[in-house]
Design a protein around this ligand. Structure first.
Ligand code: PMP
Length: 406
């Protein structure tokens, strides 16, 4: 049996079925920069970038080098000593995150960063409730899932963590109305990713900051997908010049080489650790290998000014997509995004599914928003060049023509 069949039999038959439908019943082999090759030698242009993880592309040499150095020194912490890369990374995060966020808890994923934020918010305020948004996505562990209001994920494992209120995304008045005496925090993505690349109205984050400050409620920005330069700023919340009380990061923080999750927050939120140092912990969280990758990723992102590049290339990509949308109005309903966080909304989810299969057949990788199957997400690495955009647009044009002919 090949690896695809083994995966189908031993890991997730449903997902394997979906990949089969998309024509991606193949096995990946190696990758570099913007491209991935399968075991048959076919090359794919990666316009998904592991949902905002591969901001530096595959195997960025400086991140790989930093990880190799750490691998030869000490990849795993003993945990009863302080690891240098971990401490340095926390200090660096304090410098590069907005406002007076100065302390970090490390996990290994976005969901773990959100779990930690959830717990810190409850511990600090002594209150149980969290306000989250419709179509918001914060992960699938029980706490994070409780903040991810999608019945298909929640109902099969109910009951969830109690105390979660759901409000429409982009509506600050609804947040104000949902806040009560038992509310600890409000959690929001500056731009919804899995929800289908939803941009809130201008001023939304500022308004949330004003409301939460006034009502004595914490504000959590989940920048797991929007962070590390993706939207044209290092953090998407910088677009509105707003600092939260807690900011979650993961995905691209590990430079596309290592998994890592972090929640960065104001010092007073970390006070529970003074009295109870092990109230929350993780064996692998912030391990030296992941921390070394993140330190290198941050330096590359800033030195190469990748946020600016994301903005320029995002404009170019969206301009091309809008031209195609105008030519194929029966297929494409809307193009939207910020920087290289781009959504292509199809008129119908089934049409979108066919179009992305056609696109995969032409060697370009994309995917749906988990919480919005009508929207195909384009999140290419920020190192993308004009030629890659051209290549993707040409393949998309051919795919749309083929979809129409079906
Ligand atoms: N928050 C946001 C905004 C995300 O987009 C995701 C992942 N798509 C998560 C949290 C969860 O991250 P992970 O899959 O690493 O647990």
């Amino acid at each position: 049996m090949n690896a695809f069949e083994l995966y189908e039999r031993h890991v997730n038959p449903g997902l394997a079925g979906l990949l089969r439908f998309t024509g991606l019943d193949v096995v990946e082999d190696h990758a570099e920069g913007m491209y991935v090759w399968d075991t048959q030698g076919k090359r794919y242009l990666d316009f998904l970038g592991l949902y905002g993880t591969l901001n530096l592309g595959h195997r960025h040499p400086r991140v790989v080098e930093a990880v190799k150095r750490q691998l030869d020194r000490m990849p795993m912490s003993v945990r009863v000593m302080i690891s240098e890369p971990t401490a340095r990374l926390a200090a660096r995060l304090a410098e590069i995150t907005p406002g007076d966020l100065s302390m970090t808890f490390f996990g290994n994923s976005g969901a773990e960063a959100v779990e930690a934020a959830f717990k810190l918010a409850r511990m600090h305020t002594g209150k149980p409730e969290i306000v989250t948004t419709e179509k918001g996505f914060h992960g699938k562990t029980m706490g994070a899932l409780s903040l991810t209001p999608k019945p298909e994920y929640q109902e099969p494992v109910a009951p969830l963590v109690p105390g979660v209120k759901v409000v429409p995304f982009g509506d600050a008045d609804a947040v104000a109305a949902a806040i009560g005496p038992d509310t600890a925090a409000v959690i929001v993505e500056p731009i919804q990713g899995e929800g289908g690349i939803n941009l809130p109205p201008e001023g939304y984050l500022r308004e949330l900051r004003r409301i939460t400050a006034e009502r004595g409620v914490l504000l959590i920005f989940d920048e797991v997908q929007t962070g590390m330069g993706r939207t044209g700023r290092l953090w998407a919340s910088e677009w509105e010049g707003v600092a939260p009380d807690l900011l979650t990061s993961a995905k691209a923080l590990g430079g596309g080489v290592m998994p890592i999750g972090a929640v960065v927050g104001r010092a007073e939120l970390f006070e529970p650790f003074l009295e109870n140092p092990l109230v929350h912990s993780s064996t692998f969280g912030g391990n030296p290998l992941a921390a070394a990758a993140a330190l290198a990723a941050i330096e590359v992102t800033l030195e190469e000014d990748l946020p600016a590049r994301a903005l320029a290339m995002g404009e170019r990509l969206m301009q091309g997509l809008r031209e195609l949308a105008a030519r194929f109005p029966e297929l494409i309903a809307e193009v939207r995004g910020k920087g290289l966080l781009v959504g292509l909304e199809f008129t119908d989810a089934d049409i979108g599914a066919i179009a992305i299969s056609e696109l995969a057949a032409r060697g370009v990788l994309t995917a749906f928003g988990l919480n919005n199957p009508k929207v195909v997400r384009l999140e290419p690495p920020l190192i993308v060049e004009e030629v890659h955009i051209q290549e993707a647009l040409e393949a998309l044009e051919q795919s749309l023509k083929a979809t129409l002919e079906m």
